[in-house]
Structure formats: structure tokens, C-alpha cells
Design a protein around this ligand. Structure first.
Ligand code: XIL
Length: 313
């Protein structure tokens, strides 16, 4: 029972994993990632971000992203592009720049047009993490200069450059209902009303063991009801180390809960885990004292979480 084949049998488009360029020098890792029965989709974890692709203005480098795309094509896997406009991993010429609205509009348009035209992809996270926890707009350079209209500028540019890619908004802590999810739903509603191209919402789903939101399924349904597809885009479920059998067992339950919620809703089209092995998880570097968030351990051995996913598909 391999995950992508099970997902397809359940009517989903894919089960996938994030990856990152440095990991591709690990043959054991690449061998597992390249199993298209297990992973039908991959997302570059870093190499399509602004600080990788347009480090100085107008000078584009796609080498890292292209390496991931080439691997996906060789394996027959879909690609999710990640991402175009985000407050983080921005080069300082953008984050620290002083721009007129016309200048920044042009910069966003250029960035979101040039990137999508250079790689084949199923979907593209055009705007990542636009909201604060309370549902107000994150006051990054884009919002400060352009207001909420930066989202429309980015989506229109991405659509012109790549008419077939599904255009997504992506965020965390919008998986369960609450102020931040409501803000994202209101944004989708207003974009739709204005005729702005928007195809999907990505729920990152960086969860903590024992804390999957109980409203996950009804909230996914609330997004779908707005006329967009939903994808789980960055799933991992971390714990405070050291890992114990009890934590692994709860983690299995939690993975199962997330996968099951997506399975029963046809508008939830696929699930991506934010890398499959603890060996390359971002969690220990970001959340001190936490880890063991992936379905495979550091030695590429499947954990109980894997069986939780299988049982949910
Ligand atoms: C993470 C990467 O996995 C890390 O390697 C990097 O150091 C920081 O970013 N939300 C996102 C992803 O949308 O782009 C982030 O990826 C994880 C949180």
C-alpha cells in the first residue's frame, strides 16, 4: 500500500512531499522520493522562493527550482510551485525597499510573471501567509505599499503568465475555524466577486501532536463552498522531544484525522507532507526542542504515522 496510489484510488489527485535541493545528494533519500507510487507530487521547499529566484532586481535564477522540476518530470510527478509573494525569505532589496505603489506593482507583476512561465506545474502558491493570527493583514512591504490589492496584482500576473496552473492562496492556522480562517474566506469571497483568478486555498497544516483542530473538516468544507479547491500543502505533526511510543501513537491518530478529513471531501484534492523523513524536516531548526514530525524517521524507517495515513486513504 503506497500513498499516492491509495490517494488516487480514493479519488484524490495526488499524495506528495516537499523536498529541498541539498537533500538531493542523498541517494537513499532520492530513491524513496522518486517512487511515484508513493509520491505523485513534489514541492520545492525553498528553491522557488523570492530570495532564491530574484536575489537582485530583474536578475532571475531558476537553477534550483528547475532541478526539482526535472526530477519530478523524470518520475512523472506533479509540481506545486512555492511561492511567489511572501513576507519571508525575501531579498532585502524588496523587504527593505522604499517604493511608490507603481514601482512595487511593477516588481510584483514581474516576479509573478517570470517565475510561473519558467516551470511546468500543477499549482502555484501565488500568495503565502497574508494574515496575522487575529485575521488582520500582515503589514509587510506589499500590504504597506499596495494594501490588500497586492493579492489581485499577483494573481492577475500569475494567470497571464501561466493560464493553466491552479492559483492558490496558502496559509497556516487557517485549518480550523477562527478569525484567521474567516479572514481567508472573506478574501476568497471578495476575489471571486471581483472576477480575480483564484482556484484554490492551501492549508499548510503544521500541527502539534494532540492538537489537530476539531473543526478541520467543517472548515475545509467552508472553503470548498466558496467555489475553490482545497489542498493540504505542508502537513507535518511535531512533538516535544524525546519521542515516546505514546506520542507516536497519538501522532498516528492525528495523521489519520487529517487524511480522513480530506478524503471525504471531493473538493480537497490532495495532500503534501512537508518532507517525508525526520532526517530533513524543518521542525527542529525552527521549533526548539521539537521534532519527529514526519511519517518516516531519520533512518528512513516508517513510523506508526505512516499506518495512520494508510488507514485514512
Ligand atoms: C521552510 C523550509 O522548509 C525551511 O527549510 C526554511 O528554512 C524556512 O521555510 N511555511 C511555508 C514554508 O510556507 O515555505 C516554510 O518552509 C515552512 C512554513
Amino acid at each position: 500500500a503506497k500513498l499516492h496510489l491509495l490517494a488516487q484510488a480514493a479519488g484524490k489527485l495526488y499524495f506528495g512531499s516537499a523536498t529541498d535541493n541539498p537533500e538531493l545528494s542523498d541517494p537513499t533519500y532520492v530513491n524513496l522520493l522518486s517512487d511515484s507510487a508513493m509520491f505523485g507530487q513534489i514541492t520545492p521547499g525553498n528553491s522557488m522562493k523570492w530570495d532564491s529566484t530574484e536575489r537582485s532586481q530583474g536578475s532571475f535564477t531558476f537553477a534550483g527550482g528547475d532541478t526539482v522540476v526535472a526530477l519530478a518530470h523524470a518520475n512523472g510527478q506533479l509540481v506545486r510551485g512555492h511561492n511567489c509573494v511572501w513576507h519571508n525569505q525575501l531579498p532585502s532589496w524588496v523587504s527593505g525597499g522604499t517604493f511608490t505603489a507603481a514601482q512595487l506593482t511593477n516588481i510584483v507583476q514581474t516576479h509573478c510573471s517570470v517565475c510561473p512561465s519558467n516551470v511546468f506545474r500543477y499549482a502555484w502558491d501565488v500568495v503565502n501567509e497574508p494574515f496575522n493570527e487575529d485575521g488582520t493583514w500582515r503589514t509587510d512591504v506589499f500590504y504597506n505599499v499596495l494594501g490588500a490589492g497586492y493579492v489581485t496584482i499577483a494573481l492577475n500576473a500569475a494567470r497571464s503568465a501561466d493560464p493553466t496552473a491552479k492559483l492558490y492562496l496558502n496559509d497556516y492556522n487557517i485549518e480550523g475555524s477562527g478569525a484567521k480562517a474567516t479572514a481567508m474566506q472573506n478574501l476568497v469571497r471578495s476575489l471571486k466577486a471581483a472576477g480575480t483568478p483564484i482556484d484554490g486555498v492551501g492549508l499548510q497544516a503544521h500541527f502539534i501532536v494532540g492538537s489537530v483542530p476539531p473543526t478541520l473538516q467543517t472548515n475545509i468544507q467552508a472553503f470548498i463552498a466558496l467555489g475553490v479547491e482545497v489542498a493540504i500543502t505542508e502537513l507535518d505533526i511535531r512533538m516535544t522531544l524525546p519521542a515516546t511510543a505514546a506520542l507516536y501513537n497519538q501522532q498516528k491518530t492525528d495523521y489519520n484525522t487529517v487524511i480522513s478529513a480530506c478524503k471525504v471531501l471531493s473538493g480537497c484534492i490532495g495532500v503534501t507532507i512537508w518532507d517525508f523523513t525526520d532526517k530533513y524536516s524543518w521542525v527542529p531548526n525552527t521549533f526548539s526542542g521539537q521534532g519527529a514530525a514526519c511519517p518516516w524517521d531519520v533512518n528512513f524507517v516508517k513510523k506508526p504515522a505512516y499506518d495512520g495515513i494508510v488507514a485514512g486513504l
